[in-house]
Design a protein around this ligand. Structure first.
Ligand SMILES: C[S@@+](CC[C@H](N)C(=O)[O-])C[C@H]1O[C@@H](n2cnc3c(N)ncnc32)[C@H](O)[C@@H]1O
Length: 191
């Protein structure tokens, strides 16, 4: 089931957009396998969409690719293994996901060029990225927007299913029910 369908179901059930105790006002909360509070549930990006996202970002040998909310590490691992990125970094608040991601990177033979950090994405410095991939909920994108807009000119940002609020994508691609939004930060900030 796609993230969009999961989201639609949650909205219909009245489970989304309700602040849980301890969460930021209006921020949706989910719970990970070990009880860790999440701002988005774990829904992996299917591999054809991973490939399309990294293609849209034109990932190559000079790139440092960050995935925000990196799950089992598939975007970071593919960026390094299949697109030859110099380095890949994932950040996920759920330790279960980071354990999986590290194991997957090892199996894929890219452990030396990938790392997975257990941190809240809102307290994480990803300013060295040349490419940022994102599959997170709209509220998270809204909150991340100023940080994304402050990244280096030329940084490519690719989002799965949810776009950066207020930004005009340079490319939008539909793959089945999924949508990819691609941006390149201009010399002047978008806002
Ligand atoms: C929709 S999944 C995307 C996983 C992966 N990027 C992919 O596309 O396959 C969202 C991920 O964000 C993580 N996450 C949720 N809230 C987070 C937060 N505040 N900081 C870091 N990661 C978070 C979840 O644990 C989950 O793995």
């Amino acid at each position: 089931m796609s993230f969009t369908r999961v989201l639609a179901g949650l909205v219909a059930a009245g489970l989304l957009f309700t602040a849980a105790p301890g969460s930021a006002a209006g921020s949706p909360r989910f719970v990970g396998d070990t009880g860790v509070p999440l701002d988005a549930p774990y829904v992996p990006t299917p591999q054809p969409i991973v490939d399309a996202m990294l293609t849209a970002a034109k990932v190559g040998a000079n790139d440092i690719v960050y995935d925000l909310g990196s799950g089992d590490g598939r975007l970071v691992i593919s960026a390094v293994r299949d697109f030859g990125a110099a380095k890949g970094v994932g950040v996920d608040i759920d330790p279960v996901r980071n354990k999986e991601a590290n194991a997957n990177a090892k199996s894929a033979g890219v452990a030396d060029r990938t790392s997975f950090v257990e941190k809240d994405v809102f307290r994480f410095d990803f300013s060295e990225a040349s490419v940022v991939t994102i599959y997170l909920l709209p509220e998270m994108l809204q909150k991340l927007e100023p940080t994304l807009g402050a990244l280096k000119p030329g940084t490519r940002i690719v989002c799965h299913d949810f776009s950066v609020p207020g930004w005009e994508p340079e490319k939008t691609e539909k793959i089945g029910t999924a949508v990819i939004y691609a941006y390149t930060l201009p010399a002047k900030k978008q806002k």
